[in-house]
Design a protein around this ligand. Structure first.
Ligand code: PMP
Ligand code: GLN
Length: 378
């Protein structure tokens, strides 16, 4: 049998979660909250099913949810998005990203991916016959190497650039100047800019998220993906959405309709009603997670880890004290011997480049973080 993904194995998130279960370890590896999503949201899900929302929803998603999203984007990012033609509800950002890549990337099309990168990007490109062009962000700040990017854009024909902002796993954010610089470089070649913004509501220290959608002069070439899983503490519901101009959305939906047609209907209804009832919930997420991050740093103060400051997302990177060990082995050892599961940063590089950093997720109850800290000193 010829594998279409010969280099792929079980995702690092599934692998480390399994290892955490086997070793009865505290799971600070996979990015999901260990506290419940709002009880009212759970109740609305059950009510939606009882009210009969159990068959297919409209192909692009439940219209009141799309209308809520349009209003939210207008009040947050001052952009006018048409809920009928420019918003598609996806089964999490993962399926949104996959259908977008399938819609636009064909055989030998090159896609720039900045590393460290979320694990689904490369395989989604390769499955379409595309070629990921990996560009490593520069340590220790994980900046974009603009000079290198300029050379790639000057010398190669590029179809798409993927930007994850806020960034998993480094917690860095893009400024408007970064986006302007990028769009200026892309303009002549009509490159599609795909922004993965699943952590858009989690930017701290009085800084703001800049959405790709705010690049008004480049809007016709931008597609942005979001996820409710992060903002509503329900990663298992797998509801996200993508935004693009009508012309791009038409192409995305051609794939979406054959990949999934529509996504879980009662979840869409429950989310729309919950957000209408709780108009400030998403704005408050920022304060909630900023507090979590601060609690995490003070709880972990007793550990030997030195954390790199994180500006966004619910992840923080820490230096590995023993740089002689391969970080994958180090993370496995930490899980088995200290009962704390983390993610080695090397898993976010296609060539397993190893910057000797591990990722901790702080979307956890404080008691979970305290258990982890105790395990680390014992
Ligand atoms: N992009 C990034 C950067 C992520 O961290 C994740 C996972 N949370 C996703 C996309 C996928 O999101 P979803 O769970 O909504 O599919
Ligand atoms: N996004 C989550 C993370 O980075 C995990 C998603 C998954 O398990 N595929 O940890």
């Amino acid at each position: 049998m010829i594998s279409k993904l010969p280099n792929a194995s079980v995702s690092i998130f599934a692998k480390m979660t399994q290892l955490a279960i086997e070793n009865n370890a505290v799971n600070l590896a996979q990015g999901f909250p260990d506290f419940p999503c709002p009880p009212r949201l759970q109740e609305l899900l059950s009510i939606a099913s009882q009210r009969g929302f159990n068959q297919y929803s409209a192909m692009p998603g439940y219209l009141p949810l799309r209308e809520w999203i349009a209003q939210h984007l207008e009040s947050t990012y001052h952009v006018k998005i048409d809920p009928i033609h420019e918003i598609t509800i996806s089964a999490g950002a993962t399926q949104g990203l996959f259908s977008i890549i399938s819609a636009f990337v064909g055989t030998n099309d090159k896609v720039i991916v900045f590393e460290p990168a979320y694990d689904s990007y490369g395989p989604a490109i390769v499955l379409q016959g595309g070629i990921p062009i990996y560009i490593r962000m520069r340590e220790p700040e994980f900046d974009i190497p603009w000079d290198e990017l300029e050379i790639v854009l000057r010398t190669q024909k590029i179809k798409m650039i993927m930007v994850n902002n806020p960034h998993n796993p480094t917690g860095t954010i893009w400024t408007m100047q970064d986006f302007i610089r990028l769009s200026d470089l892309c303009r002549d070649q009509n490159i599609i800019l795909l922004t993965d913004e699943v952590y858009d509501s989690m930017v701290y220290d009085h800084q703001y998220h800049i959405s790709g959608l705010q690049l008004k002069n480049y809007f016709e070439h931008i597609i942005s993906c979001f996820s409710f899983g992060k903002t509503l503490h329900n990663t298992g519901w797998k509801i996200g959405y993508n935004i693009a101009s009508e012309a791009l959305t038409k192409e995305i939906r051609k794939v979406h309709q054959f990949m999934i047609f529509s996504v879980h209907y009662p979840s869409q209804v429950a989310i729309a009603e919950f957000l209408q009832e709780n108009p400030n919930f998403i704005q408050e997420i920022k304060n909630f997670y900023e507090q979590k991050r601060n609690d995490f740093y003070s709880i972990m103060d007793t550990s030997k880890f030195h954390f790199l400051p994180t500006k966004a997302s619910y992840f923080s990177l820490a230096k590995v004290p023993d740089a002689k060990l391969n970080t994958m082995d180090y993370a496995v050892q930490l899980c088995k011997e200290k009962a704390v599961a983390t993610i080695p940063l090397s898993a976010f590089y296609h060539d397993h480049y190893d910057p000797h950093l591990i990722r901790f997720c702080f979307a956890k109850k404080n008691e979970t973080m305290i258990s982890a800290a105790q395990n680390l000193i014992n």
